[in-house]
Every structure is written in structure tokens, then in C-alpha cells.
Design a protein around this ligand. Structure first.
Ligand code: GLN
Ligand code: ZN
Length: 758
């Protein structure tokens, strides 16, 4: 009999209850008990979804982040979080977000946050020093195990493994983290012992670092760790996910564990390889349902793959989603607005567990036992394959007509720069912004009222235009050189475009945790993408009509739209990206025809799409940069293309960034004192660049001197004639009280620089 289990369920609750409880707690509106009760409710509810499985998982819940939980579990709490007479929960929130609540008198600097592998989830980076000591602090964890035990018969706790835990962290003093392994292992050992005493048979130990390129010392750490943990009274299921094991395959097959979980969505070929290496006592858990996307599984197809393996493995076969379901929304049943035809193609977390139980029955009792379910599933899959909502001949035709010259500017940058300078006559150190201006509550109310049908289109247009007008007036007063319309009409830089392009649909409750209480609702790309009407033209043209200064059109680029959406799994990501690129290209051309001669195409998320394996970077960068170029480069030499990126760790991809050939790129750097520009020591970036001169994530107002100093240090790496002055990123989260003086200082700094440096 194959066994069914799950690697983790979303923690936020069906209606984002966790978010609201957390925020109430942080505002001081509810106490700890009430917060913990709400958390317990979510866990109890989540447990009900595991009823059809052989194990109820526990340990996948977290109040903020499971990596931070692990730090606390292992007693690795940064000193600064502790305050005498305090409870652990408040220390926990201090590291998570700087302060435990509004009333917290002892705010500290929050732990660094970074992306969890190649997902859009962010974890709090564990902090290590040579003096780090670990001690088990398992009370909360064990409590949850007991809590699950009282509601479910067989409980499988989930724990982040020791090597991945170290791998995810950062040594504050540069110590080799692996030196801490010897100390860390006994603490794990102790925990394993305590779990065994609670009657736990299986523990899922997550080691996703195994799907990355590991240096020898990290490979050795795995051998050592699992050798050390050999003496134990419970069984370990080693879980890997998000990719293939590749060079770590043999290593994994030699580890002293009782089972291995493989992500068969991302690394199907690993299954065959591992089958021949599996020891007789070991179970193989196959991650057969996509935990990273929202499409229904083709169950018949999945069975074709699993059945022969089931024959071989019998009860040594386990089935599961590919990874934790943390990365998909909770429940499709809540959705009212997704068109029925599309809805039948989708499965969110709850539905994915139902799929798993159907697969389990088919394997254990034969397909006939679930004939109706399989038939229904086959119909949905067939409907999607044949649907004219998915396939659009016009798009296919347009794609087939793309030629390589479409992605090339007419002349090289040097020639364009002369033409553009003659046309725009911008001063040295031109000043501009990244696009959005404060999204006041008034603006948000406007959009909401329009969406809910309380405002007529004409009325809405008029009111947004009023906002644009004010925004232009402010920029004129500030004396910025290149203006923007301010993005008042946009809820979100991806959603806004998705809503107007064909091939996209939107959920109402499809929230996915991004970090802590923050959730995002990614658009769903279900079909061929095309532009059926103009996207930004009216607003932009109106804004330009109000000023004689150049107005910069503002678009989101294809790679960012792709990376922040749930995408099709029936064609390559690169194909979807090309379609989006073509659609946005049409908007670029329309803007150009309407006399908008400076156009910014944001690629905020280009870097985060990089694959986990370096060997796959080239391929990704190739098609993603190609898509950008296809989108951007169909314009006249005299049209100036800008792009913006929310980071500047370019060291390893700078050639590709340069290859995008944008006339101007604006990037984030202010927080690192321009240190991130070190890459330009080695690489002479040919085009113009605006290294962000102040951090928009902070309410602080930069002084003129600060900005001058930053640009001076940037000018050590980049010739002054290539430099622009702009904030780090869009200003939509800031207030006007913060934005106006900050930009005023930025413009003043430009004046100082023009005098001092020319
Ligand atoms: N143009 C966008 C804005 O200003 C860019 C946002 C981003 O880079 N994340 O809001
Ligand atoms: Zn940005």
C-alpha cells in the first residue's frame, strides 16, 4: 500500500486570518493569548485537510517564518532580541520585524530577509558567529506535536535539517558556518530523542540545499550530519524539493536515512536514478503534484508514471505534493469570479490534497475504484488542451513573424546618445523618479469605488486625471528634469497590466505568503497573451500634455510580469515571456507614436528568476534578456529607453544587463553606500545609469550632502556623464510629506554636483 503525506500547508488561513491577527497584535489591539488562539484555530482547521492522508503533518505552521522558528528551536536567538523579563514571542517578533508591537520600547534591527530558494517566499536569515551556541528549546514545537496527536492518529513532524539550516544562514564575523555543525548535531539528536519518546515514528527532515550546487565541504557536511544522527529511535524522511539532485544524487543515496523525497515535477528523471540506488529498507516519496503552481494534475498521466514504480516498491512508495503547498493559495472553492471554464483547470492547496487521495486510491485499490474522479479529471485536462481561451492563432502568427532585427536598436548606443542629447538637451546629472508617487488613501478609495461600480468610468477618469495633474505640478515645482505621470491608476505593477491583457485571470482570495503577514495575489496566466487595447496611453498622453518637459512612459517588463504570476505549464516559460514581450512592445510603439519619447520598462524581478543551478543561468538569461529586447528595442534611435531594477547585485550577470542595451538603467544601491557598484570597477558599463540616491523603504529624508556624497562615490566607478539622479525605487508607499523634501534635496544635490564637477 502506497502511503500519502503532505510536505506543508499554507499557514495564513483561508481568509488570511493569521495576517489580521498578527497585525492586530502588533498594533496592540489583542494580546498574546488571543493571537495564539487564532494560530491554533488555523492549525486545527488545516489538520482536517489531512484526513485522507496517512500522516497529519505538524511543524509546517509558523507565526512568521519557519526558518526563524528553527533558530529559536535551536536556541540561536540573536542577543539583541532579548530583553529582561520578556517572553520569547516578543523576542521572536523583534528579530522578525524590528519590534514586537507598537508599544515595544526595545526595537532592534530586524533580521535580514531573503528569498527562500527560487520562490517568492522570504525567510529570516539565521545569524551565526564563531561564538554561536545552540541549545534545544523545543517546548513550542513539542506542544504542537502533541496538539496534532490529539486530533490525528499518525503524526509526521517536519523539521528543517541541520545542514540546510547552516547553509541558509550568514556568519556575521565571517566564520565558516560549518564549524558549528559539530555543536549543532547533538541538539538535533536530542530533539529526535524527544520526538521518539512522544511516539513519533517518522520525521520529515527538509534539506532543500541538496538541489543546489554544493561545494565539497557542504557535501561532506551532509554525510557527517546523517552519520551522526544514525543512532535514533525514529525514522527520517529526507525531503528535497525545488529541483534535481544532479551531482548530489550519489551523496543522497548514501545518507543514513529511511526515506527520500524527490520533487518529481521539477526532477522527474531523478526518480529513475534513485530507484536503482535505494536500499531495501528505504521508502521513496514521489512529489507528484505541483506545489508551485495552480494547475490541476493530469491524474491519468501521473498514474501511468507511478503505477510501475508502485509495483516495484509496494509499501515503500509514498506520494506527496512536490514541495510544501505554502506556495499556492488555500482554497479554490472560495473563488466566485474566475470564469467557470478556467476554474475547472485549477487546483489550490486543498484541491491538491484531494488529488493526492485520488491517486492514492487508484494505486492502492485500482483505477476502477476512482473511475468517476479520473474521468472527470481527464475531461478537465482535455478541455484545457483544446480550449480556444488558451490558444489564439493571431498570437501564434505574430510570434512566427518575429525576426532577430526586432530585438535590435537601429544604431549602437553611442550614436543614439548623441541624437537623444540633441533632442532632450538634458543637463548633466539629470533628475527623475522611478514612476510611482504616493498612493494616498484617497487614490486607493477612488480605485476601489470604481472597481465596485460606485463610480462611472467618466467620473473615475476625471478624478485620476486630477491626481495626475497634481503630480505633474509638484514635479514641475521641484524642477525635476524627466517627469512621470505617477501611476495613480495602478494597484500593482503586474496586476495592472495583467488585467488589461488577454490570457490573464485573477483570483479574489488566491493569497500566497510572501513574508510574515504579507501576502501577494499572483495573476494567473492561462492562455496566449495579447494586447487588445492600449494599456497606459491615455494617462501618459494626458500627463505629457500638461508639461513641456519630457514625460517618461511607464511599463512593466515581460520578465517581471512572468516571474510574479502563476504561469502556464503547457508551454515553456520562455514562450509565455515572448508573448508578453510582444504585447508590451505594441504599447511601447503606441507610446512612441503618441510622442512619448522616453519610456521606462521595469524589470524589477529579472534577477529573481535566476534558476537555482548556475548551469541553467545562461539559458534563462538568454531568453529573458531576449524578451526584454524584443519588447523594448523596436523604437527609433531618438526614443530613450529606460529600465529599472530593484537590486544591483549584478556582479555575475552584468554582461547580460549591458546586453539589454537600455539607454538608461536605474537601480537600487543607496543602502549599501554604493558598494554594490563595485562591479563597475571591472566592467565598463557603456550606457547611462541612475544608482538610487536614497532608500525609499525608509521614512528618512536624505540630506543634500548625503546625496552629493553618494554620487561622488558612484562617480569613482562610473563616468559622470553617464550618471542620473533618482530614488531607489517607486515612491508609492511613502507620504507626500516625505517625498517632497527628499526630492527637493535630490534636485538641489544635482545643482551642487553640476557646479562642483563641471
Ligand atoms: N515603476 C514602479 C514604481 O515606481 C517600479 C516599482 C518597482 O520597481 N518595484 O512603483
Ligand atoms: Zn524598484
Amino acid at each position: 500500500m502506497a502511503k500519502l503525506h503532505n510536505l506543508g500547508f499554507p499557514r495564513i488561513g483561508e481568509q488570511r486570518q493569521l495576517k489580521f491577527s498578527l497585525e492586530q497584535y502588533w498594533r496592540g489591539e489583542i494580546g498574546q493569548q488571543s493571537l495564539l488562539a487564532s494560530a491554533k484555530n488555523i492549525r486545527t482547521n488545516n489538520l482536517t485537510y489531512t484526513q485522507g492522508l496517512d500522516f497529519a503533518q505538524v511543524g509546517d505552521f509558523s507565526l512568521y517564518d519557519h526558518v526563524l522558528d528553527t533558530s529559536f528551536l535551536l536556541g540561536n536567538v540573536p542577543e539583541r532580541a532579548n530583553h529582561k523579563d520578556e517572553n520569547l514571542l516578543d523576542s521572536y517578533f523583534r528579530i522578525a520585524r524590528g519590534r514586537a508591537s507598537k508599544q515595544d520600547c526595545c526595537g532592534v534591527s530586524a533580521g535580514e530577509m531573503t528569498k527562500w530558494f527560487d520562490t517568492n517566499y522570504h525567510y529570516i536569515v539565521p545569524e551565526f558567529t564563531a561564538d554561536t551556541e545552540f541549545s534545544l528549546n523545543a517546548e513550542r514545537f513539542l506542544e504542537q506535536v502533541k496538539e496534532a496527536h490529539s486530533n490525528a492518529s499518525t503524526v509526521k513532524p517536519i523539521l528543517l535539517g541541520p545542514v540546510t539550516y547552516l547553509w541558509l544562514g550568514k556568519a556575521k564575523d565571517g566564520v565558516n558556518r560549518l564549524q558549528l555543525l559539530d555543536q549543532l548535531l547533538p541538539v538535533y539528536q536530542q530533539l529526535l530523542q524527544q520526538l521518539a519518546e512522544l511516539g513519533i515514528e517518522w520525521l520529515q527532515i527538509d534539506e532543500p540545499a541538496l538541489v543546489t550546487d554544493l561545494e565539497d565541504e557542504w557535501q561532506n557536511a551532509f554525510s557527517k550530519a546523517y552519520h551522526f544522527l544514525q543512532q535514533r529511535q525514529l525514522k527520517l524522511l529526507l525531503a528535497t524539493y525545488f529541483g534535481g539532485l544532479e551531482a548530489n544524487l550519489t551523496l543522497v543515496s548514501q545518507l543514513a536515512v529511511d526515506g527520500i523525497h524527490i520533487d518529481a515535477i521539477r526532477a522527474k528523471s531523478d526518480i529513475e536514478a534513485i530507484l536503482s540506488l535505494l536500499k531495501p529498507h528505504q521508502v521513496l516519496s514521489i512529489g507528484i503534484i505541483d506545489g508551485r503552481n495552480i494547475w490541476k494534475t493530469d491524474l491519468n498521466n501521473a498514474l501511468n508514471f507511478i503505477e510501475p514504480i508502485a509495483d516495484k516498491l509496494g509499501d515503500k512508495l509514498w506520494l506527496a505534493p512536490s514541495c510544501s503547498l505554502l506556495h499556492v493559495p488555500v482554497d479554490l472553492a472560495l473563488e466566485q469570479n474566475i470564469p467557470e471554464e478556467i476554474r475547472q483547470w485549477l487546483a489550490f492547496a486543498k484541491q491538491k490534497l484531494t488529488e493526492l487521495t485520488i491517486l492514492g486510491k487508484a494505486i492502492n485499490c485500482g483505477r476502477a475504484a476512482v473511475a468517476t474522479e479520473l474521468e472527470q479529471n481527464a475531461q478537465c485536462i482535455a478541455s484545457r488542451q483544446a480550449s480556444c481561451l488558451v490558444h489564439n492563432q493571431t498570437v501564434a502568427d505574430a510570434i512566427s513573424k518575429i525576426t532577430s532585427t526586432d530585438s535590435q536598436r537601429q544604431s549602437p548606443y553611442k550614436e543614439r546618445a548623441i541624437i537623444q542629447q540633441r533632442k532632450f538637451n538634458l543637463p548633466k546629472f539629470p533628475t527623475t523618479t522611478i514612476g510611482s508617487f504616493p498612493q494616498t488613501s484617497q487614490i486607493r478609495k477612488l480605485r476601489k469605488a470604481f472597481k465596485q461600480g460606485e463610480l462611472t468610468n467618466a467620473n473615475y477618469q476625471e478624478k485620476i486625471k486630477h491626481e495626475i495633474k497634481q503630480c505633474i505640478e509638484v514635479q514641475e515645482q521641484l524642477n525635476l528634469d524627466v517627469l512621470v505621470h505617477g501611476e495613480a491608476e495602478r494597484n500593482d505593477m503586474v496586476e495592472y497590466f495583467g488585467e488589461q491583457l488577454s490570457g490573464f485571470t485573477f483570483s479574489q482570495f488566491g493569497w500566497v505568503q510572501s513574508y510574515g503577514s504579507r501576502c501577494v495575489k499572483p495573476p494567473i496566466i492561462y492562455g496566449d497573451v495579447s494586447r487588445t487595447n492600449s494599456l497606459t496611453l491615455d494617462w501618459t498622453r494626458y500627463a505629457q500634455s500638461l508639461t513641456t518637459k519630457p514625460l517618461k512612459g511607464m511599463l512593466t517588463g515581460p520578465v517581471t510580469i512572468l516571474n510574479w504570476s502563476f504561469v502556464r505549464d503547457d508551454q515553456a516559460r520562455s514562450d509565455t515571456c515572448t508573448q508578453i514581450a510582444l504585447a508590451i512592445r505594441e504599447e511601447v510603439k503606441a507610446l512612441e507614436s503618441a510622442g512619448i519619447d522616453i519610456i521606462q520598462i521595469d524589470e524589477a524581478a529579472l534577477r529573481e528568476g535566476l534558476p537555482l543551478r548556475k548551469s541553467q543561468w545562461q539559458e534563462y538569461l538568454h531568453w529573458s534578456i531576449d524578451a526584454f529586447k524584443l519588447c523594448a528595442n523596436g523604437v527609433q534611435d531618438s526614443t530613450q529607453i529606460h529600465t529599472h531594477m530593484c537590486y544591483s547585485e549584478f556582479n555575475d550577470i552584468i554582461e547580460f544587463i549591458a546586453d539589454m542595451d537600455a539607454d538608461v538603467i536605474t537601480i537600487e544601491t543607496s543602502r549599501s553606500n554604493m558598494e554594490l557598484l563595485d562591479v563597475f570597477d571591472k566592467f565598463a558599463y557603456p550606457n547611462q545609469i541612475g544608482p538610487g540616491v536614497y532608500d525609499i523603504h525608509s521614512p528618512n529624508i536624505p540630506s543634500v550632502d548625503d546625496i552629493v556624497a553618494l554620487i561622488k562615490s558612484a562617480s569613482e566607478k562610473i563616468p559622470t556623464e553617464q550618471l542620473w539622479l533618482n530614488p531607489d525605487c517607486g515612491l508609492k508607499t511613502r507620504s507626500w510629506e516625505e517625498v517632497t523634501p527628499a526630492l527637493d534635496n535630490m534636485v538641489a544635490a544635482a545643482k551642487v554636483l553640476r557646479q562642483e564637477m563641471y
